[in-house]
Design a protein around this ligand. Structure first.
Ligand code: PXP
Length: 403
């Protein structure tokens, strides 16, 4: 089956809302598989409020717009020569209303659109919440279940795993000698299948040194991501070394590790300036931010290519409820950033227990993980530690929507 997705005529929101059709189509495909409707067809048309109000008036005699309307194709007449059993009907969705509801409920636009598509498709196949309270509850439960199975799985693209090797350098610096060498460690990570190497060149040079970054530039075969603050000296060095990308992070001298996202709203001018300089050298910039809508907007305005969502609070959550809340914030932020045209990475604090829900968020491209992998490497070896993490990240895809 295919759900044919398109904009209706006169959609004023076409430029206002960034609807990502490939993402929705992929989710629609999973929905149809779950419903065993692979051989059927339906059209989903995205309208504005004005057109929706028109349909609502004409077909239901109701004033004003609504979020979704379903028009089942209806049973074939007995004497129909061709029985159109493959054609389920049409679903109309108001983008204006979906966006408003998403805002009110603290959801991303794509989250709300998918809920409405599921609702519309269930109507097409005969579910009707208006028939009885019991059926309404049944339909609602089924919608929630389908949504879970579609949204929190990824079947194809899986996130890349980039390994942060700072702590190899931390051990070296403990004695101030040559061992262990983060450059050698980076090679081992790549041999074990890591998709990228991350290092944070701190102003105080507490772990990674200039020499490491220069050598890594020559040896890393995957992708070198240089984490750094916006200080002029480090910016100049980055421009000289030209890593594959830079991630701007906040830096405090006394902190043990990065404590929170970079406040782009506060530091817009400085950040924009660094991004402009990097752009001239063709270096994409990622901004490490808290999962907050204002930070995402500011990141977009500053001209970032990526945001890296700070997963620290999700990882540190002490109760299931708190972790769930933090997860929702990350999920929403990931989709909001994606809708805004940003590419999305995530990291900080991820470990072997908490990584899979984050890895299953389908708009996240890359996870940056350091401490957990290097700690495990002490006990089981670096290549084994990387392989174990890779298998968790990659099997997040196979939590997939099984029928
Ligand atoms: N992302 C950023 C921006 C970081 O600063 C760090 C820590 O250096 C990480 C990811 C990796 O965090 P962790 O070492 O907790 O995996």
């Amino acid at each position: 089956m295919a759900l044919h997705l398109r904009f209706g005529e006169g959609v004023s929101g076409r430029g206002v809302y960034r609807v990502h059709f490939p993402l929705l189509k992929e989710r629609c495909r999973r929905l149809l598989r779950l419903l065993h409707l692979e051989d059927s067809e339906a059209s989903i048309i995205l309208l504005d409020d004005a057109r929706m109000a028109d349909y609502n008036q004409r077909f239901r005699g109701k004033e004003g717009s609504t979020n979704v309307l379903s028009f089942p194709a209806g049973p074939a007449e007995e004497d129909d020569f061709i029985i159109p059993e493959a054609e389920l009907g049409d679903i109309l969705i108001s983008l204006d209303t979906a966006a408003r509801e998403a805002g009110e409920q603290g959801l991303s636009l794509h989250h709300r659109l998918m809920e409405l598509i599921i609702h519309g498709v269930l109507h097409l196949i005969g579910y009707d919440h208006e028939r009885s309270e019991e059926e309404a509850l049944r339909m609602w439960d089924y919608e929630k279940d389908l949504f879970q199975r579609i949204q929190y799985t990824r079947e194809h693209a899986m996130p890349y795993l980039a390994i942060n090797v700072d702590h190899i350098a931390t051990i070296r610096q403990a004695r101030g000698g040559m061992e262990p060498d983060p450059v050698f460690a980076a090679g081992l990570c790549e041999l074990a299948g890591a998709d990228g190497i991350v290092v944070h060149l701190r102003e105080d040079r507490r772990h990674i040194q200039d020499r490491d970054v220069r050598l890594l530039r020559q040896t890393v075969k995957t992708k070198l991501n240089l984490e750094m603050a916006t200080e002029a000296e480090i910016v100049d060095l980055a421009l000289e070394i030209v890593p594959d990308m830079v991630t701007l992070v906040p830096e405090k001298r006394k902190e043990l590790t990065t404590e929170g996202g970079l406040d782009i709203v506060e530091n817009a001018k400085k950040v924009t300036k660094v991004i402009d300089r990097m752009r001239k050298a063709d270096i994409p910039v990622s901004l490490f931010i808290d999962p907050a809508p204002a930070q995402i907007r500011a990141a977009k305005d500053a001209g970032a290519t990526f945001v890296e969502l700070h997963t620290g609070r999700y990882c540190e959550a002490r109760t299931h409820k708190e972790q769930e809340e933090q997860f929702r914030l990350l999920e929403r932020a990931a989709e909001t950033a994606y809708e805004a045209g940003l590419r999305v990475n995530a990291g900080h604090g991820l470990d072997y227990r908490n990584v899979q829900p984050i890895a299953s968020l389908s708009v996240i491209e890359e996870l940056s993980i350091g401490h957990a992998v290097i700690s495990r490497a002490m006990l089981i070896g670096l290549e084994n530690a990387v392989r174990e993490m890779l298998s968790l990240v990659r099997s997040a895809e196979t939590l997939s929507a099984e029928d």
